[in-house]
Design a protein. Structure first.
Length: 150
């Protein structure tokens, strides 16, 4: 399948809602995996791993692709936790997007999480970091997945 050019992708996703999948991955102690973004939107913030679903790709396939690309792992989707809406993602002053993400709890099947160029680091967190991707922080709070740091 041929994917959109970067130019076509930018044009379309400044005009329509983008479907994403985000992953809540817990370790044995119940801490949740977050990565620190190096790309817009909200560069420099902690966020749940995930990203856009491509045309013709199922949610399961997108989650598997993103887990491999972003974290170097294989996983299993366990439970649909909810929807996270990001209506004002500022990529730059001329590029504002609206994404809607289905958020799944997932289990690592194989591999040890590492970061790619989209993140500078990763951490299994037991509290919500102060510098978190705004909507992901709201999702974690609303669904009682992590408390705020004291």
């Amino acid at each position: 399948m041929t994917w959109l050019s970067d130019e076509d992708y930018q044009f379309i996703y400044t005009r329509v809602v983008r479907l994403c999948v985000d992953l809540v991955i817990k370790n044995e102690a119940g801490a949740i995996l977050l990565t620190k973004r190096t790309i817009p939107p909200q560069s420099g913030t902690w966020h749940l791993p995930g990203g856009g679903v491509r045309f013709g790709e199922t949610i399961d396939q997108a989650a598997a692709r993103l887990a491999t690309q972003e974290l170097g792992i294989t996983l299993r989707l366990d439970t649909l936790l909810g929807i996270c809406e990001m209506p004002g993602e500022v990529m730059n002053e001329n590029d504002i997007r609206h994404s809607v993400s289905v958020v799944y709890q997932a289990t690592i099947v194989s591999g040890t999480p590492t970061v790619n160029t989209e993140a500078s680091s990763l951490s299994f967190c037991t509290t919500i970091p102060a510098e978190i991707y705004r909507e992901h922080g709201q999702f974690l709070r609303t669904h009682h997945l992590l408390p705020d740091a004291s």
